[in-house]
Design a protein around this ligand. Sequence first.
Ligand SMILES: [Fe+2]
Length: 500
Amino acid sequence: MPSMKALVKIIAAVMPVAAAALEHTSTTAQIRLAYHGNDGMTVSWNTLKHVKHPKVHWGLSEDNLNNTASSDVSVTYPTSTTFNNHVLISGLAPDTTYYYLPSPLSVKCKDARRRPYSFTTSRRTGDQASLSVAVAVDLGTMGSLGLSTTAGNGVSPNNVLKPGEKNTIDSLTSSLSGYQFLWHPGDIAYADYWLKEEIQGYLPNTTIEEGYRVYESILNEFYDEMMAVTATRPYMVGPGNHEANCDNGGTTDKAHNITYNSSICFPGQTNFTGYKNHFRMPSDVSGGTGNFWYSFDNGLVHFIQLDTETDLGHGFIGPDEAGGSGGIGADPVNATMDAQTTWLKADLAAVDRTKTPWIVVAGHRPLYLSHANDSTFCSACHDIFEPLFVEFDVDLYLSGHAHVYERLAPLGLNGTVDPAELNNPTSPWYITNGAAGHYDGLDSLQSPRNPYSRFGLDTHDAVYGWSRLTFHNSTHLTHEFVASNNNTVLDSATLYKAHG
Ligand SMILES: [Fe+2]
């Protein structure tokens, strides 16, 4: 591995410097919400300067924001162009709509209006009313820094948008009335694709030394785009490999025979730093760890977010950890031995199924999929998570990472198809939907697909989409694949569980 200085010289020699073309500071406040129990909401937003006491003015009427919540949390990291402000509003009534306005909002932001936004709190645990949730994995930035109608050299024409085609953020925005919150279990902005996009000739070339600007530009652009959803719908996230550092597992410039690895990443662009700064998931009220693993109830469902990237414990090295398969080199996030599975078992054991009959778990990587690449899977999950899923009757496991959609049968240990299929199985149901879309698009499912496959879409279908879960009542759950280009449902399946 050549030194950083050598790398800079190499890439500068082959690429003209045009970093200024990608200088992009955020044009919105990147406002995002996160549930904090049934009676709280965390409001997060970004400013260009540090804020000593970020505030959120809120109330039950748009015309009367007669309450104020505040904090002293305004955090950043070395390469960031913004500060992340986090304020918890507590003492709210469940299933109630409130109006709010963060303060301050940067005067440069186009959303620096004085009209309040609104959110609706989580339903009380045990509320059996029908509930719909949107799930998108492997989403990524849309437009000139990410997925658009063109891409760089070597990208399949099937993997770019058609002229005028609606993307997944468009679809989620136009479907806001159809879901309570958006769940995004990993691979969020794909800022770490900046070098890949440059090498493929999609973005203007810069130097390795200036590359952090492009990385931060992509992050800002993504969070700007997402505000159309995340200012009014809670945005619950989980860690994916593309949050871990500035260069995923490394990038090869074949034309110049150079392979870059994570050593090019500046302080602030390793160890999930941006991800840790940007979000505040409710791990403090669920015993979890940061934005990495946590749980929350909403009505008749207990939702669990797991971390398939680090902290697998039990002697396993997480794929994103130093020595892991991803070549990323992140540190564990919890120093306690086997912390994640100890927490998961206790969390599952504490669920009152008379209140929340449904348990849905999400992790970035799949346990099962018709996909040939072993590194796609969370193989350790079969040892550490799956026995707990079976023991505690987890209803559904959602994942992404592979940029495909595949709905499987409910599966017992070792991938044995549950003979009941969707008619009251005793095994978890598995669905992978990593087809939300990002720069360079979709992957292929293996052919023939595995016997447990029930429906799939991949690059041959050239359709981006997201998942909508509808919990009709205590016994029926429908999963739909929603095509982003026109909001039609391309796959629908309903699980029946007697639940006692
Ligand atoms: Fe991934």
